[in-house]
Write a protein that binds this ligand. Sequence first.
Ligand code: ADE
Ligand code: ZN
Length: 328
Amino acid sequence: MSDRPKIELHLHLEGAAPPALIRDIAKRKRMDIGGIFDAQGNYSFIDFWHFLKVYEAATSVLLTPDDYHRLTLAVLEQSAESGVIYGETFLSPDFCGGRDVGAWREYLHAIREAADQAERQMGITLRGIITCIRHFGPDKARETARCAAETAGDWIVGFGIAGDELSGKPKDFAYAFDMAREAGLRLTAHAGEWGGPQSIRDCLTDLRVERIGHGVRAIEDLALVDQLAEDGVVLEVCPGSNVALGVYPNWRAHPIGQLYDRGVKVTISTDDPPFFHTTMKNEYARLHEAFDWDDGVFEKLTRTALDAAFCDADTRKSLLKRLEPGHA
Ligand code: ADE
Ligand code: ZN
């Protein structure tokens, strides 16, 4: 099952940066990013809030559209290696040109060029979801939403929010989400990772999102679980991320099995794979071990992810063909 074609809906582009790439770019620019690596050269952090700092320190070396071109190619190479045929990646104009629309367009151009190259060479299709960052606050989120609205289209297909879920309230970001919705973007929000069930309810009510990033702590309120199942809300679940960050102590304790059994539309993603020592292949293998999921379950989850993808109908149709058994 680790060799199946995969769809990944929740991947942070900078969070997928191989540590060696970040070190190489830092070295060329003679930048000192301090002790963000362990003795083996992997990213090193002690908890989620420290992770956010290490993430931002690593990202601080990515200063030009060219850096993002390199990053995008490196990330897609890893994803393709895991069998991903379609991915959606979170992109932050905060890191790409400081939320200036003109600068953001240049970064986006470079990212798309790399994505086109990867599609030709590796057969992987990518689309972008612009994300504001919760702990940067609502004013910056509005500027980010402006970048999103200006570049919305067939490639930038969604808008979301990441960062520290315990900072501020979803309704503080309603204006940014309204702008994105009016520009035709589809919506998702990180919730139910560090916040409990109410955090998920607030995103559904105040931001009117159709997908939730993580959402796993819904399991603490079974009425919410029933509501998610009934309304068909899709969860972008990242089990390896949750285990690595200590939301759950191990794979068997992760609630994805219960959520699936209760009819919630769950999908599988890696979040920030090198930070959490994972890949899509690894997620599939661990889920098979922990929950005894077979090919039938993974096929269903892949179809759920394809149906929930924010791409256009033609793209979905050609991806569906690639999921058919026997497709080369
Ligand atoms: N940004 C990158 N990874 C994240 C995560 N797991 N939660 C919130 N924001 C993030
Ligand atoms: Zn995430």
